[in-house]
Design a protein around this ligand. Structure first.
Ligand SMILES: [Zn+2]
Length: 78
């Protein structure tokens, strides 16, 4: 049996806060996504922390459809 593997690389640019920790569940859900068209997971995401719980995310995916689904899970604030 193959164990569940997380392929998605996550980079978090934060200023000593617990952003990565707070986003853990959402990032895990995003990493479990597979593209309906290409059967690919998300390749990577880079999170840039802003103020007051806001952040920007930059996604590397096989196509726009998968990026939209991933960013809908992770959203822009926590
Ligand atoms: Zn795709």
């Amino acid at each position: 049996m193959k164990t569940r593997q997380v392929d998605m690389k996550v980079f978090v640019k934060e200023n000593g806060s617990s952003l990565r920790e707070r986003l853990r569940d959402r990032l895990e859900m995003a990493s479990a996504l597979r593209c309906k068209d290409h059967n690919e997971p998300v390749i990577s995401v880079t999170i840039h922390e802003r103020e007051n719980g806001w952040f920007d995310s930059v996604w590397t995916t096989c196509c726009e459809g998968l990026e939209r689904r991933a960013s809908a899970i992770v959203k822009a604030r926590c």
